[in-house]
Design a protein around this ligand. Structure first.
Ligand code: B1M
Length: 236
């Protein structure tokens, strides 16, 4: 017999289901998150809305309580795993837009940093917008970015950092590009919660991307500018 207190996700109206998913994410309940994502999709929600309202907003609550010492690493890891399980369902849907290929980005989290949810989300959204993504994963030294960008003939190098102690490493990557005379060969985009525009400007990146949607728009804009410059140069 069913427990009287058992919550049947499919019977909740949208707003209560989303609130319940925030609780389930907080509690690291992977299967419930998967079920919630599927229910919202069946109800006709756009994948991007599920992502932002059910998952990213839930993770914000986790982040605030982590900051305030209410949650600790093991709980946050469980929440992150539940979030990733939900994102895995949305990934093919976000990538399925049939958008024409607009460019290639090598993206990774910088050396010393293992946070990858935001970077994964950026990759997913950019794939959906027609970019080819080469994902370097986490904890990347400068060589990973530069060797892969060269091998893959990438247009963009994207770096993610979530720690104030790891964000300065982005400058190491850009300075190495300058030393090697290849800075202008790539568009450099940076992102992550502790960054801001001033930081991006100070280290010599092309742009700071506040979130995944901004990353898509910025990448498209800078790619268009690059193509226009190349076309103008070809005309002489
Ligand atoms: Co960590 N952690 N964590 N953590 N963690 C933060 C970042 C922290 C702010 C929490 C807090 O105190 N409030 C804090 C950093 C404080 C600081 O530096 N000032 C912190 C800390 C301290 C730590 C540890 C040191 C804790 C410890 O061990 N004592 C440790 C560090 C490990 C390491 O990296 N060496 C650690 C570990 C972990 C977990 C492993 C438990 C887990 C990571 C799991 C994983 O990623 N697989 C974790 C998590 C989950 C977080 C929080 C709670 C959530 C991060 C997240 O996924 N957000 C985070 C709190 C917070 O950020 N408020 C926190 C959701 C995600 C969608 O947003 O990543 O910001 P975000 O990405 C956004 C944008 O920033 C942007 O677009 C994304 C999508 O919209 N963006 C880009 C990101 N990257 C981009 C790249 C681009 C463009 C845009 O390139 C083109």
């Amino acid at each position: 017999m069913a427990d009287d207190d058992e919550i049947i996700l499919s019977e909740l109206p949208d707003d209560e289901l989303v609130a319940q998913m925030h609780d389930d994410l907080y509690d690291g309940l992977k299967e419930e998150i998967e079920e919630g994502v599927n229910i919202l999709l069946e109800r006709g929600w756009e994948p991007y809305r599920v992502l932002t309202e059910a998952l990213v907003a839930g993770m914000k609550i986790v982040g605030d309580d982590f900051r305030d010492g209410i949650l600790f690493v093991p709980e946050v890891l469980l929440a992150a795993n539940a979030m990733k399980a939900g994102m895995a369902i949305l990934k093919p849907l976000l990538a399925e837009t049939g958008a024409p290929r607009v460019g290639k980005m090598v993206v990774g989290t910088v050396k010393g940093d293992i946070h990858d949810i935001g970077k994964n989300l950026v990759g997913m959204m950019m794939e959906g917008a027609g970019f080819e993504i080469v994902d370097l994963g986490i904890n990347n030294p400068v060589e990973n970015y530069l060797e892969t960008a060269k091998k893959e003939e990438a247009d963009i190098i994207g770096m993610s950092a979530l720690l104030t102690t790891t964000m300065p490493y982005m400058k190491v990557v850009i300075d190495t590009m300058i030393e090697q005379g290849i800075r202008e060969d790539y568009i450099v985009l940076v992102g992550g919660a502790p960054l801001n525009e001033d930081f991006a400007r100070a280290i010599g990146a092309d742009a700071y991307c506040r979130d995944a949607a901004v990353a898509v728009e910025t990448a498209k804009e800078l790619m268009a500018r690059k193509h226009n410059l190349l076309a103008a140069a070809a005309k002489g």
